[in-house]
Design a binder for this molecule. Structure first.
Ligand SMILES: Cc1cc2nc3c(=O)[nH]c(=O)nc-3n(C[C@H](O)[C@H](O)[C@H](O)COP(=O)(O)O)c2cc1C
Length: 190
């Protein structure tokens, strides 16, 4: 059983991309191989980052709580809508708080949009972000186009194509999680 944390990073009223996060949560749970923790950034009221958590004189309790969960995760799935050709500011703000929490972790990239591209631009930029935080991006990203049509409010896929894309993403992602977890056990980083 792997500890997987989903970090969902949109706080917009009426946000639809939460469906993509729920879809991945459901699919990971259905494998029976993952213990999933869902972090919704909206619940934590993180201020705009002025100091990384490790440098904060008075650590923000929300940032501390997220840190603990990320630290214990074998893998993290980052989920974002595409805003102005990129990932959401809220997700990036949260990511910037943390350092060692990401180190050499397998990261799943999930993007969603209401258009047909599924957040392709955001997903490409997420790959660069994952490199910057010293982690490994799973090459099979999940892009959810027309999120309002392809997933219902519980994250249940509405087409066979969407169902297949989610399952393929999860299968490849858990393969990477397993590979990295095994390697860390036999050859620890710290
Ligand atoms: C500020 C803003 C910028 C957006 N920019 C894009 C964009 O660049 N590309 C795109 O496909 N959709 C864009 N959208 C539409 C989102 O894809 C759409 O809102 C979708 O439902 C996912 O975002 P949500 O979780 O906020 O609902 C934008 C939406 C907002 C609010």
């Amino acid at each position: 059983m792997y500890n997987i944390t989903i970090l969902y990073g949109a706080v917009r009223n009426g946000r639809l991309s939460i469906r993509a996060a729920r879809a991945v949560e459901r699919s990971l749970q259905a494998t029976g191989k993952a213990q999933v923790t869902f972090i919704d950034i909206k619940d934590y009221n993180l201020p705009v980052m002025e100091d990384r958590l490790k440098d904060m004189k008075e650590p923000h309790p929300g940032a501390e709580a997220i840190s603990k969960t990320l630290w214990h995760a074998d893998g993290i799935v980052l989920v974002t809508p595409e805003y102005n050709n990129s990932y959401s500011g809220a997700l990036k703000n949260a990511v910037d708080y943390f350092t060692k929490e990401w180190y050499r972790k397998p990261i799943g990239i999930v993007t969603a949009s209401d258009g047909v591209q599924g957040g392709l631009n955001a997903s490409n930029l997420m790959q660069l972000l994952v490199l910057a935080i010293d982690a490994y991006a799973s090459p099979n990203k999940l892009l959810v186009p027309e999120v309002h049509k392809n997933l219902d409010e519980h994250g249940v896929p509405q087409t066979e194509k969407m169902k297949g894309a989610i399952e393929s993403f999860v299968k490849d992602y858990l393969w990477l999680v397993e590979a990295i977890t095994k390697q860390k056990k036999s050859n620890p980083l710290f």
